[in-house]
Write a protein that binds this ligand. Structure first.
Ligand code: SF4
Length: 750
């Protein structure tokens, strides 16, 4: 067994000193950035000789405890811990304050031991980030008293630490002996696995473009797991773009096995609160929810039960939670600390308030990141780091606001009107959010926060919606820079204000920097520079293209150059497209997908098709289809069936669906997939041109062709599939476009 177990003061206290109820009802908390600034300002107010950020260590048997105390005043022999807050100190829950004291006492014990102090004054200082007012709680302690607290706290954690050490050892031994689950690696899979392993042990970032069919999930997971002991990784995060991606990871992990009786590898699947909650609509606090009452008292038993479960998915976490009557959602969050592989949506690591990223920072974990279907991350991250203020949301808030909030909200309305009042055009980009508007919005959110914290639960939904919208807007405004646009879109007498993230790389770079190694993979990650730049990956990030396992003879790719699908040519294109589809179908009947750039275009072609052809079955994608409707659409693609499914490019049927063999024998793609040319995209293009010098390519060409290749990738799924892809547009002939098509395609012109 290894020499010892290292734990942070915070981790130790969270484990041992939290008791009582869960209280996750609305409590206005400072952002991480505000917390840092508040700490710095408080420390700056201290006099000369004040020691800031003291690194402290302590030992208890096998346990090594580490942490950094905020400050020590040798003149007063006082150790201080700063905690920032937004609303009154009395609103900080008692168990939270207990946790703060527990941390401070541990720091105190370690400082006394380090400097041989017989006694020490401890000061818990709450700093209001709005007013800078400090509320201080002080107490004098003898060193022996603090040491007793330290030993007691460590003793309560020791049994768990021993168990964790044993688990880590068993895990690493098991991983070292882990063998690839198939008899041999598939073509391309070996190259991918080798590159992933090299990147992981070298602590590098890697982009892998690998075609469908080589087994990317196992081809990335297996080498990354093998690198865990060598790289001393604490955890792997497998991040997916869609819920369906989790199923694939689960299958891959099941294939690897996770150990015999006790799991050698603890795997946890993160799920959204709405999906995990047992009492939807209730507030997460003792008065409203029985699973919040006494949560921390029953947590240890639930944690112990859950941790021995082979795969911690929604059902198994729920079983453990309900056995001990704790909330499954918050139990899942707790289990992150004790699991080795965490599977979840991108937002758990990349979002502005992502829990996986926050915990990684706080506990200084060494993590490996695997990002599945990484081509989606550019658009997803742009959404995460954009913020809008919608007039109807403010109007709803004003309507229900209590008298004390009417004035600050009226100020916001006034400032809002001033922004767009002089704007001549419907859409315009402004250089920045006016300072006066920022100030009134900030003031309104502060007062709203105080009001919401005092309101009996559940809080008013209209106020809450505006509060979160305004808070996110303020946060993005604090970080406003050349990576974003501030634009205003008028609708009648009102206007939507938007901080629109153009280059999310600026926000993602620190996230990738927090990981020990990162591998991003997808079937479409070309060109590498586009993804490297917009994802904020280090310059040293390698990009590899894994050759396709498919033979070029399996896929006939034809360009139809006599048709233009440009917006102005659409009317003329309908009839030739219908003729082309009918001709292809009669030549080789079977199941086809036909992709169009919009629902309007789809409707126009489908309408004409149905008016002319009665004997070819057709079915169509509609806007906002439910899961059942999507299932029904796909169910039409049977091995013995025939017909054409009409869909939109970039939609639910253009990626992530698997229709092998005769279930899909061809695709028509009547578009280049280029995003619509409109005011917003023109501004994005201009900004990207200024930032990276390839405005058109980054705004239109690369995102468009990525969608085309994804859609075409539906046709050949296995080594025995045969199929046809027809690319309908004369622009497919151009060298600039052809370069973006997969190398293994043998493209012919009709
Ligand atoms: S069960 Fe639902 S309401 Fe209760 S604490 Fe959990 S998430 Fe909150």
């Amino acid at each position: 067994m290894s020499a010892g177990y290292t734990v942070s003061v915070r981790g130790l206290c969270e484990f041992t000193a939290k008791s009582g109820d869960l209280s996750a009802r609305f409590t206005p908390a400072p952002t991480a950035q505000q917390g840092i600034v508040g700490h710095q300002r408080a420390a700056a107010r201290r006099g000369p000789g004040y020691e800031r950020e003291l690194t402290l260590e302590g030992r208890h048997h096998l346990l090594e405890v580490r942490g950094r105390a905020d400050g020590y005043d040798p003149g007063l022999n006082r150790l201080e811990e700063f905690k920032t807050h937004r609303a009154g100190v009395d609103r900080i829950p008692a168990n939270q304050r207990g946790l703060h004291w527990a941390q401070l006492k541990l720091y105190g014990a370690m400082l006394c031991a380090k400097r041989g102090l017989p006694e020490l004054e401890l000061a818990l200082v709450y700093v209001d980030i709005q007013t800078d007012v400090e509320t201080c709680f002080r107490e004098q302690f003898a060193a022996v008293e603090l040491q007793r607290e330290f030993d007691d706290c460590c003793a309560r954690f020791l049994a768990w630490a021993v168990r964790e050490m044993a688990h880590r050892e068993r895990r690493d031994r098991w991983l070292l002996g882990l063998t690839f689950p198939h008899a041999s690696l598939r073509s391309g899979q070996r190259q991918m696995a080798a590159a992933v392993y090299r990147a992981a042990v070298g602590g590098e970032a890697l982009l892998v473009e690998a075609p469908t069919g080589i087994g990317k999930t196992i081809g990335s997971l297996f080498p990354m797991l093998k690198a865990v002991p060598r790289q001393r990784l604490d955890k792997l995060y497998f991040l997916v773009a869609k819920t369906s991606g989790r199923e694939t990871v689960r299958n891959a992990l099941e294939l690897l096995g996770t150990g015999a009786e006790a799991p050698a590898l603890r795997v946890l699947e993160l799920i959204a609160k709405e999906a995990a909650c047992e009492f939807p609509g209730r507030a997460c606090e003792a008065q409203s929810c029985p699973l919040a009452r006494g949560f921390y008292d029953r947590l240890p038993a639930a944690r112990t039960l859950a941790i021995d479960t082979l795969f911690l998915d929604r059902d198994s976490v729920r079983r453990a939670a309900l056995t001990h009557q704790v909330c499954p959602y918050y139990l899942t969050q707790e289990l992150i600390r004790w699991c080795d592989v965490i599977v979840g949506d991108y937002n758990y690591f990349f979002d502005t308030s992502a829990i996986l990223h926050a915990l990684t920072q706080v506990h200084q974990w060494r993590v490996g990141l695997l990002v599945d279907e990484a081509h989606n991350l550019v658009a997803r991250a742009r959404d995460m780091y954009s913020a809008s203020l919608v007039p109807a949301v403010l109007a709803d808030a004003v309507r229900v606001a209590p008298p004390a909030l009417k004035r600050p909200l009226a100020e916001v309305e006034r400032g809002w009107r001033a922004i767009h009042g002089t704007q001549a055009d419907v859409y315009a980009v402004h250089p920045h959010v006016p300072a006066s508007f920022s100030a009134s919005l900030q003031q309104a959110t502060t007062l709203l926060a105080e009001h919401l914290a005092e309101e009996p639960a559940p809080p008013d939904q209209a106020l809450l919606t505006f509060y979160f919208q305004a808070l996110h807007f303020c946060r993005m405004n604090e970080e406003f820079g050349s990576h974003s646009l501030f634009d205003v879109t008028q609708r009648g007498t009102a206007a939507t204000l938007c901080i629109r993230c153009v280059n999310p790389g600026a926000f993602l770079a620190p996230r990738f920097a927090a990981a020990a190694t990162t591998v991003l993979f997808s079937a479409t990650l070309s060109p590498g520079a586009f993804y490297r730049t917009l994802l904020g990956l280090p310059r040293s990030t390698a990009w590899i293209n894994v050759p396709s396992p498919f033979d070029e003879r399996q896929l006939e790719v034809r360009i139809e150059p006599r048709i233009s699908t440009r917006y102005q040519d659409r009317g003329r294109s309908l009839s030739p497209i219908v003729e082309l589809m009918v001709h292809q179908y009669r030549d080789r009947p079977g199941n086809y997908l036909a992709f169009f750039s919009s629902f309007d275009y789809l409707d126009a072609v489908l309408g004409l098709f149905q008016s002319r052809v009665a004997d070819i079955p057709v079915w169509r994608q509609t806007r906002g289809m439910s899961a059942v409707e999507r299932g029904a659409f796909l169910a039409r693609f049977t091995p013995t069936g025939a017909g054409i499914g009409f869909a939109v490019l970039g939609g639910a049927f253009a990626e992530g669906i698997d229709l092998p063999g005769e279930r899909l024998i061809g695709a028509f793609i009547a578009t280049l997939g280029l995003p619509q040319v409109n005011e917003v995209n023109r501004e994005i293009e201009r900004r990207l041109e200024a930032l990276v010098g390839s405005g058109y390519e980054y705004t239109y060409l690369y995102p468009g062709l990525q969608k085309v290749v994804q859609a075409a990738g539906r046709v050949i799924r296995t080594a025995t599939d045969r199929g046809t892809v027809i690319l309908i547009d004369d622009r497919y002939q151009g060298a600039r476009v052809r370069r973006l098509l997969p190398e293994w395609w043998r493209v012919q012109c009709s």
